[in-house]
Design a protein around this ligand. Structure first.
Ligand code: NAP
Length: 269
């Protein structure tokens, strides 16, 4: 699971530990993840649990992370692509737009590198934490994906990256149709976490005006997809623990295929 040191990811990880899962927590900081590992050690005897470092804005770091995960030589039943950023502007190490790189490209490479392990551990599942913000995306601006974030708020780019999470889930479901790996995308709700910390200070109070769920409530749909969604619902997008509608753009197979090929090429460079 990525991004388990805080927010929705932390609560999801603790809930899984309570249910007896052993966890590999993948994140940026061992120091920030240690308190979660300590909490897990208190509530579960199922360990050992592990921390593996990754910077999702650097594909070389994702490759190192993959080598470390595979070297643990453990079965892998669930991959939760939870980590994400909103409003952070700039470019990744390989010069992709920041939200696209962190929220889609890094998780794309991580997932590809774990497919064989997920297959040998099947039945297994992949959970991609998306957002209803994907409805705001009007297109994938292919010509801007290798440029710095253009908008001041970073919100339009965030919307595109969350659209990519759904298109990626749909592509995966199609390609994994004859396997026992199922995959789900989801919107956790509007949740009181630190996700908007990089949005310009002027906008932050506006974002906080919305009614917000607690991180505990926000983890419910991830947990539903991990434990309760049916395998024949693979490829669907969930909100409030049930299948939800997606934007017309997110339902376009041709767009999903184009994104898949773009991402494959980006990750093989
Ligand atoms: N909160 C909401 O209202 C909301 C709504 C819809 C969707 N979501 C989605 O829910 C997911 C979890 O968000 P959250 O609200 O729990 O946010 P959060 O509390 O800010 O947690 C985000 C996590 O992602 C990690 N992360 C950020 N950049 C990273 C990078 N370059 N490499 C590796 N890890 C990185 C963070 O690590 P650090 O702590 O080291 O930065 C943190 O663990 C995200 O995918 C988000 O898009 C959230």
């Amino acid at each position: 699971m990525t991004g388990a040191n805080t927010g929705i990811g932390r609560v999801t990880a603790l809930a899984l530990a309570r249910r007896g899962y052993r966890l590999i927590l993948v994140g940026r900081s061992a120091q920030k993840t240690q308190p979660v590992l300590d909490e897990i050690a208190h509530i579960s005897q199922a360990g050992p649990n592990h921390f593996v470092p990754v910077e999702l804005d650097d594909l070389d770091s994702v490759r190192r992370c993959l080598r470390q995960i595979l070297a643990l030589d453990l079965p892998l039943h669930v991959l939760v692509n939870n980590a994400g950023i909103a409003g952070l502007r700039g470019q990744t190490k390989q010069s992709y737009e920041m939200a696209f790189g962190v929220n889609h490209l890094g998780p794309f490479l991580l997932t590809q590198g774990l497919l064989n392990r997920l297959q040998s551990s099947s039945p297994s599942r992949i959970i991609n934490v998306s957002s209803r913000a994907h409805w705001m995306a009007r297109s994938i601006p292919w010509e801007l994906l290798q440029s710095p974030t253009r908008s001041l708020s970073g919100i339009p780019e965030y919307a595109v990256s969350k659209l990519c999470n759904i298109l990626f889930t749909k592509s995966l479901a199609k390609r994994l149709k004859h396997t026992e790996i199922s995959c789900f995308a989801l919107h956790p709700g509007v949740v009181a976490t630190d996700i908007w910390r990089s949005v310009p200070a002027l906008l932050r109070p506006l974002l906080r005006l919305r009614p917000m769920l607690s991180p505990e409530e926000g983890a419910a749909t991830s947990l539903h997809c991990i434990e309760n969604a049916a395998a024949d619902q693979s490829g669907l997008y969930f909100a409030q623990c049930r299948p939800a509608s997606i934007s017309p753009l997110a339902a376009q197979p041709a767009l999903a295929d184009r994104l898949w090929h773009f991402s494959e090429q980006a990750c093989s460079a």
